[in-house]
Design a protein around this ligand. Structure first.
Ligand code: GLU
Length: 309
């Protein structure tokens, strides 16, 4: 366990640096319900392997998981089918394009570049749909986040379903290329429901810790995910977790992280800690702008870069 006083000091400073970035970003508004978020909200939670929990700011405000749900769905697909089958439907390369890009799927490839862009996540969802219901996935999410309170945010779900024509277009394109064979409407509904789960910075940190511990429950050591699933997911978080800003983030911060346009960041410090950030002001690529500054500072002060000296 790290010195609690030092943790408090470093985390407070990190959040104050993050706050300065908030005005440089924007709250997502392409899903109308997300535009209602408080732009200046900011919370940071770190959970250490021995159970120590450190919190600064708005760590208990519920917000929707959005793209971070792609990590959960990838875990489920890998648990069900294993690596070879999953990656015969979706690639494992950074796309260098925006999260909702359609062009490279149409022109360059017959399968989505990776499971963390929308096309890839919709393909992953279609691998789950015949085997698990939304309720099963909700239970799975509650188990991995150590949070029985996680529920579907109906307002966000309805708002996104009313405005997700682009995701539908992606799903039809996937179907035309035989990447998915499931019903487009059902696939989009499941994908959007997973994006609309309400979590907190604290529950994100819990999931980060489960991944940091190789898929084991920090409370009792019980295995929740296969080691191979966790190793794969963490690697793709490092290479593709921050959309088309993943390379720069990996160099500058070096902590496997997945962002969502709801303002969440899920981060994994291997074997040591899970980190959850909530801040709905986003940079141009859709990543929590304050969270990036926070994680960079934490990586520097606490030596959290994967390849630190
Ligand atoms: N539900 C969002 C969408 O499909 C998720 C995007 C994100 O968080 O990057 O547009």
């Amino acid at each position: 366990m790290r010195d609690p006083e030092l943790m408090k000091k470093v985390m407070k400073k990190a959040v104050s640096l993050g706050k300065k970035e908030i005005e440089n970003g924007r709250v997502a508004d392409y899903i109308p319900e997300l535009a209602k978020a408080r732009k200046d909200a900011l919370g940071l939670c770190i959970v250490e392997a021995d159970g120590a929990v450190h919190k600064v700011g708005d760590t208990n405000i519920p917000f929707s998981l959005q793209s971070i749900s792609k990590v959960v769905s990838l875990c489920m697909a890998l648990e069900l089918h294993g690596l070879d089958t999953v990656f015969s439907h979706v690639g494992m390369e950074p796309s260098g394009e925006a999260f909702n890009s359609i062009v490279e799927l149409d022109l360059q490839s017959n399968k989505p570049f990776n499971p963390f862009i929308n096309s890839g996540a919709i393909a992953v969802e279609s691998l789950i749909i015949d085997y698990r219901s939304f309720d099963d996935l909700l239970d799975f999410t509650r188990m991995l986040f150590l949070d029985p309170e996680i529920t579907l945010n109906r307002q966000v779900y309805n708002s996104e379903m009313a405005t997700c024509d682009r995701n539908r277009a992606i799903a039809y394109l996937l179907k035309s290329k035989n990447v998915i064979t499931t019903n487009v409407d059902t696939s989009i509904e499941l994908y959007t429901k997973m994006c609309s789960l309400n979590v907190t910075a604290e529950s994100l940190a819990n999931f980060g810790l489960v991944l940091a511990l190789g898929g084991k429950d920090p409370r009792n050591g019980n295995r929740l995910l296969k080691a191979e699933t966790v190793q794969t997911v963490k690697t793709i978080m490092l290479t593709c977790g921050m959309y088309d800003g993943s390379g720069q983030f990996a160099v500058e911060v070096g902590i496997p992280t997945k962002s969502g346009v709801g303002g969440g960041l899920l981060s994994v410090v291997d074997r040591e800690m899970g980190i959850g950030v909530y801040g709905p002001s986003l940079d141009a690529k859709g990543n929590c702008i304050a969270g990036k500054a926070i994680l960079r500072y934490l990586a520097d002060k606490l030596n959290l870069h994967l390849f630190h000296e």
